[in-house]
Design a protein around this ligand. Structure first.
Ligand code: A3P
Length: 319
């Protein structure tokens, strides 16, 4: 059955029971459709709490993503970039050498599960760095967001599906790729529909480029250093000439590379979190673009491509 942590507290039963429901197998909590997005039951009250009570600060930075689109990497890069004065990337004592990247960046959904978590977030010194998978509409409205900055990373959807499948197979080894692909295409996947997730942040990034930085996993792979510089400028901490000369950008890229992170004890042992009993090493698989060709049938690929073409053709966003 579902773990205690996945159960919905009694006081939220009314809020949730009226919402459309998509049951999930293997004791995972049902998904509920809240304001157009499919969330696990327990995180509907979290979304409500975020919308009502999250008070972003002007210098907050939030790393946002749909799951399996490069969250771990962008968390690591943003953390290493923002913390570089206190923790030089080439230093022997760097937190990323002893902690999983997710442990370095608090997860909004986890904090907003309890008043204690909210108080913890409130007590963090500025500038705060946080992570979320929530769609933009679960964040407080931009005008109340005090100019807080969002770094969004998206990924080619077929590769996301294949990555998600590998990940979920850690919970359910016989899970067919077709099932994962089907639920993503239908929208009822955790935090889905993925297209609407991407589009929400995409339109915000075009309307408010100073507040929302839209990154793509494939472009990060092609030129990580260029994007680390972009990230640093975006968060208001551009690299100085002296830092450039000292090779700080490359130090950050190397520290956060999948090849390096994979070898660290903190990433080889332990679990992602108590709710999702997936080993941390599952966060670091191949880390390439185009792996879908090795797993998807042409029909599966075509179906996703058709939805993508349909959803994005007017936006200027292509995959
Ligand atoms: P693959 O399964 O295709 O290899 P998330 O962090 O959002 O869960 O995304 C996981 C995906 O990012 C996985 O993709 C994983 O291998 C890849 N990844 C994790 N850390 C990475 C890093 N440092 N550099 C590049 N890719 C990374």
């Amino acid at each position: 059955g579902s773990s205690v942590l996945e159960q919905l507290p009694e006081e939220h039963a009314d809020l949730v029971s009226g919402l459309p429901c998509a049951p999930r197998p293997n004791g995972l909590s049902n998904l509920r459709c809240y304001e157009g997005f499919w969330l696990p039951e327990w995180s509907v009250p979290v979304a409500v709490a975020l919308q009502r009570r999250f008070q972003p600060r002007r210098d907050d930075v939030i790393v946002a993503s749909f799951p399996k689109c490069g969250t771990t990497w962008v968390n690591a890069l943003t953390f290493a970039t923002m913390a570089r004065r206190a923790h030089p990337a080439a230093g022997a004592g760097h937190p990323l050498l002893r902690l999983n990247p997710h442990q370095c960046v608090p997860f909004l959904e986890a904090l907003f599960r309890s008043r204690r978590g909210e108080a913890k977030l409130e007590a963090l010194p500025s500038p705060r760095l946080m992570n979320t998978h929530m769609p933009l509409r679960m964040m407080p409205p931009a005008d109340s967001a005090g100019g807080c900055k969002v770094v969004y990373v998206c990924r080619e959807p077929k590769d996301m599906v294949v990555s998600l499948w590998h990940y979920l197979r850690r919970l359910q080894p016989d899970l067919p790729l077709a099932d994962v692909s089907e639920s993503v295409c239908g929208g009822a996947a955790m935090y889905g529909p993925v297209w609407d997730h991407i589009l929400g942040y995409w339109s915000a990034s075009t309307a408010r480029p100073d507040s929302v930085l839209f990154l793509r996993y494939e472009e990060l792979l092609r030129d990580p250093a260029k994007h680390v510089r972009k990230l640093a400028r975006f968060v208001g901490l551009p690299f100085s000439g002296a830092e450039e000369e000292a090779g700080v950008v490359d130090d950050i890229v190397k520290l956060c590379s999948i090849g390096h992170l994979k070898t660290l004890e903190a990433n080889k042992t332990g679990h992602v979190d108590p709710i999702f009993p997936i080993p941390r090493e599952a966060l670091f698989r191949k880390g390439v673009a185009g792996d879908w060709v090795n797993y998807m049938t042409p029909e599966m690929a075509r179906r996703i491509d058709e939805i993508v073409a349909d959803k994005f053709h007017t936006t200027g966003l292509t995959f």
